[in-house]
Design a protein around this ligand. Sequence first.
Ligand code: ADP
Length: 472
Amino acid sequence: METYAMRINGEDIGKELPPLEVNNPATGEIIATVPHAGANEAKQAVDAASQAFKSWSQYSAYERSEVIRKWHDLINEHKEDLARTMTIEQGKPLKESRGEINYANGFISWYAEEGKRVYGEQIPATQRNKRLFVQKQPVGVVAVITPWNFPAAMITRKVAPALATGCTVVIKPAEQTPITAIKLALLAEEAGIPKGVINVVTGDPKAIGETWLEDERVRKLTFTGSTEVGKLLMKGSADTVKKVSLELGGHAPVIVTNDADLDKAVEGVMGSKFRNAGQTCVCSNRIYVHESIVEPFTDKLVEEVKKLKVGNGLEDGVNIGPLIDEQAVSKVQSHVEDAEQKGAKVFYQGENQDGLFFDPVVVRDTTDDMICMTEETFGPLVPIATFKSEEEAIHRANDSIYGLSAYVFTENITKGITISEHLEYGIVGLNDGLPSTPQAPFGGFKQSGLGREGGHHGIEEYLETKYISVGL
Ligand code: ADP
């Protein structure tokens, strides 16, 4: 078992603090400890970030780009170690962990370049003797609070654009997955990112969160996690009027129309449903299939689902690792039971339900009153419902407080675009089960969040606009 320290101001901090145990969800084994830190260390991290901001913000965009790029290259060199670390602390299959490191690193290389394109403006003045300039500046110290489902990507997606603009960060990774975060910070230091620019604090979420919310030096909060905690943090940001970006829960609908290519639709649903054992906020959560094709669609889907291998993510050929904890297992189980009680048919259910492993379940004839059709399941359950008209499907898909991602499968381009435009969702995958990529904006409508991550939209979240009016 290893003991990790936090990284604050380029130093190992907190080894004397009580330990916070990190488990391997596949085996239940305690694999490491990190410090169980609180308010003091959270403040210490802001002191460091605030000090570092003075010089980091003065680097030229090109100087920052160069060191950020080195961070990217070091992550590439250490990909295998980072991927194994991730699988051991989070559970996802090694192949997916490698994919996540590539995806996470994609944000770093993309923003290393995008930082060079933070342009200002000159606006024509009314008077001859005036010049009006607009300049973009980094917001300052950014608090980054991330979840366990993407231990690397949720960090780099926030930290890369923040650093590229000249901001400095204090990161609180999820209790379940702090080691990937600490390793990323160590590689950043090795790359030459100055001390204090990236600080990682592990431990008590509430104490750390409150300290950062109260500290007026923290000018921006960026959070990915549950809608419940997101609302709390948004309220807490009001007292110091912080900028806020939130990426919260989803409840993604999939609409499969009567002219869909069934192979494409099944492939799309398989990709979006089972990644990370169904534990992503963009996982398809409810499938609406036109009544005329529900039989062949379900048969084809079940054929594919049967091929999925559930097990320890370190083993070859495993497609689905364990769920993150007992609570996650009970939640999926309760969604299945509720659907069954309310009249749904369990069409397919695997047999391995040991420990935190949960074999995929396919449920047919679901109705809108079932929990799986109104709440995010965050697990490998596929509920299938039927619809008669596209208007009905759009209405049912939009009938939710969430609006993160939605999927449409159709071979009719007019129908595809029309349905996509009517969906109240921030991301639509049209014949595409995996739309997310570093150069495109990711984020939700309604209670799924605020702001966007990725693309040129994502860098705006870390910038202040300054207007300079010059009298000649
Ligand atoms: P999940 O259900 O995915 O675990 P959470 O919203 O509980 O989602 O957790 C996401 C992140 O928010 C984690 O890093 C967690 O420690 C942190 N968190 C949870 N509660 C609070 C809080 N009260 N203040 C600040 N951060 C919190």
